[in-house]
Ligand binder design. Structure first.
Ligand code: LIP
Length: 286
């Protein structure tokens, strides 16, 4: 078989995966949305993970279970890295096999408070490269999708990053994250004190995957965070890249989805200028 035949075959398989998983993500979003509209904060079934601001709800667990069960039914050989499975003691291993990296609700704190900025984040990696991405905010009806080589979309309209190259004009997103480790918080605040006078503005909305989507659609110019996990950024990586932007390590080196560090931006010039202004924090890898 020629290389072109191989590429056509892979593209057809990826289209099939995309269509199948798109409808599962949509269904999970509908369930999630009904629950969040009909549930009071005090009735919400919330548990704590690494600390008392690292939350998980029964909805996170249900959405992750549904995605894994439904994908396994059709593709039993596929692997998974899911936030709640890993938090429950499961493995976080990325091989060359087709692997779905899942955050059932990215922005669980927002979900629990009814702040309508959270989403289901799902990415397919093959040979350790992202091929398909979905980030779905069911409360606001925003479905972000991307396929390798085929662009990034919001509700089927193609999206592009801004062309911003200058830090002084950049709208920057970042998060303190869910860890309360004083060493990490020191770096978070150092960076804010250093950056805020040099940038156009700062936004911190509590959902890493949607922050990356804001860069992909050109609303924000930069997003960086230390301490996030693969499931928070896997789909965002492809969305930003397919929208014409860049994902790098916050030190300026290459991006590594398991490093728990991300810096994405509209342009490489801007990404490197931000990187050169950041104090660094290196959490243990995923
Ligand atoms: C959270 C993010 C939040 C980020 C945290 C954490 P969770 O994900 O969305 O914006 O700052 O590092 O990863 O726990 O809600 O899925």
């Amino acid at each position: 078989m020629s290389q072109q035949d191989d590429a056509t075959k892979e593209s057809a398989i990826l289209d099939e995966y995309y269509d199948y998983v798109f409808s599962i993500v949509q269904r999970c979003g509908e369930v999630n949305c009904q629950i969040s509209k009909s549930t009071n904060l005090e009735d919400m079934d919330v548990e704590f993970k690494s600390c008392d601001v690292d939350l998980v709800t029964a909805v996170d667990q249900l959405v992750e279970k549904t995605l894994i069960t439904e994908i396994t039914k059709k593709y039993p050989e596929h692997k998974f890295i899911g936030e709640e499975t890993v938090s429950g003691g499961g493995e976080c291993v990325l091989t060359d096999e087709p692997t779905w990296i899942i955050d059932p609700i990215d922005g669980t704190m927002n979900f629990v408070h009814g702040f309508p900025h959270y989403g289901i984040s799902v990415a397919l990696f093959m040979n350790k490269e992202p091929k398909i991405a979905f980030v779905y905010n069911p409360r606001l009806g925003q479905m972000f999708t991307a396929r390798k080589g085929k662009g990034a979309f919001l509700n089927e309209q193609q999206i592009f990053v801004s062309k911003e190259t200058s830090m002084s004009k950049a709208l920057v997103m970042s998060e303190a994250g869910t860890s309360r480790d004083p060493d990490k918080l020191k770096v978070v605040f150092e960076n804010l004190i250093n950056l805020i006078p040099k940038i156009h503005g700062l936004r911190t909305l509590g959902c890493a995957a949607l922050n990356m989507c804001m860069v992909a659609l050109g609303g924000a110019d930069v997003n960086y965070e230390f301490g996030i996990h693969a499931w928070d950024i896997a789909a965002g990586q492809l969305l930003v890249q397919e929208a014409g932007g860049v994902c790098i390590d916050p030190s300026g080196g290459s991006f590594d989805v398991l490093s728990r560090r991300v810096l994405c931006a509209s342009t490489m010039t801007l990404a490197l200028e931000i990187a050169s202004n950041l104090s660094q924090y290196y959490p243990p890898r995923d």
